[in-house]
Design a protein around this ligand. Structure first.
Ligand code: ADP
Ligand code: MG
Length: 331
């Protein structure tokens, strides 16, 4: 089982930012309203994610570290759309290639913690915590020097973590999030922070996009809103005048998950082809929602690739939705 975990880890845990993604998604699935992330040395020596979610009961802590144990399926349905997780692979994988400590408290019970290192699971012990869950990952890949060697500079890994946290924060505008670099010790330095937002979904989302991409983007964008054959696209598309020299502000989300996908980028290019030369790139944040059986978002667990059942429908929908929105704005 330990070696199976290490093989799975090769898929799930590519670099520190993939650990951050898995831990933040778990916090989101737990209904957190605040998620605080602390990292040191590019996430190589420390990644700590603290949430105020529902917590894990003491007796279920060992289960959280067992392969293929997930609390997120109902048995009949392999994939529950309400949750980001479903494989039950992330924590056991991380625990096989790092030192992992989970401390958690459910309402009305005492806090407990459990440590695993190199796949060796310790005993559940009483701990101190007011609420929610803290997952601490130390010394990623300490037991697999070959993997450690493939990590980039601390600076590059921090950048990748920052990008990941930004995307996750755009996908969940109702959750407050901070990222701190504690490499120097103490409280560290806040490198990213967004407040929890209230209000209706669209205004909350736009406020979050303004906070992350920039107020100028939201002010120079049109609202996109369309649906076809059960696939819905909504969000903001930058006016052709608000374009960039590089594709740095193109964000796509499918069923609440940040994704990067050639088909979506191609559709975007098609929609703006009449307005922009090849060296200018539109800024967009597009949220696609569709029944889970129409898209496979886990082609590769660590990569944000997707596979649509009917790519033509999605491509056509995005191009027409964007063209329509731009035409309404006089383009
Ligand atoms: P998955 O998310 O696919 O279920 P994980 O390995 O990521 O698998 O997590 C295993 C289990 O541990 C989850 O199903 C959940 O029950 C529990 N868990 C993990 N992180 C948290 C958290 N932050 N809050 C509450 N429960 C958690
Ligand atoms: Mg998970």
């Amino acid at each position: 089982d330990a070696s199976a975990n290490r093989i799975a880890a090769g898929e799930v845990v590519e670099r520190p930012s993939s650990v951050v993604k898995e831990l933040v998604e778990n916090a989101m699935d737990a209904g957190a309203t605040r998620i605080d992330i602390a990292i040191a040395d590019g996430g190589k020596t420390l990644i700590r994610v603290t949430d105020d979610g529902q917590g894990i009961p003491a007796e279920e802590l060992p289960l959280a570290l067992s392969r293929h144990a997930t609390s997120k399926t109902d048995g009949a349905d392999l994939f529950n759309i309400r949750y980001l997780g479903f494989r039950g692979e992330a924590l056991p994988s991380i625990g096989s290639v790092a030192r992992l400590t989970i401390t958690s408290r459910v309402q009305g019970a005492e806090a407990h913690s459990l440590h695993v290192s190199g796949g060796q699971i310790g005993a559940v012990k009483p701990a101190a915590l007011t609420r929610g869950t803290v997952v601490e990952v130390r010394d990623l890949f300490h037991a697999t020097p070959a993997r450690l060697k493939f990590l980039r500079s601390d600076r590059a890994e921090v950048q990748a973590i920052n990008d990941m946290v930004k995307r996750l924060a755009m996908a969940a505008p109702e959750i407050g999030m901070t990222l701190r670099d504690v490499s120097g010790g103490g409280e560290g330095r806040v490198t990213f922070s967004v407040e929890r937002q209230g209000g209706d979904l669209i205004s909350v989302r736009d406020a979050r996009l303004a906070a992350i991409i920039g107020r100028d983007f939201v002010q120079n964008a049109v609202t996109v809103e369309a649906e076809r054959d059960g696939v819905r696209v909504s969000g903001l598309a930058g006016l052709p005048t608000y374009s960039r020299g590089a594709a740095v502000a193109q964000f796509f989300f499918i069923n609440g998950r940040p994704v990067r996908d050639k088909l979506l980028i191609g559709a975007l290019r098609g929609a703006y082809a009449d307005f922009l030369s090849r060296d200018r790139h539109p800024a967009v944040a597009l949220f696609i929602d569709c029944p889970p059986e129409r898209v496979d978002v886990n082609v590769h667990p660590a990569k944000a690739e997707v596979r649509f059942r009917e790519p033509g429908v999605v491509r056509g929908l995005i191009i027409s939705a964007l063209k329509h929105a731009l035409a309404e704005a006089g383009h």
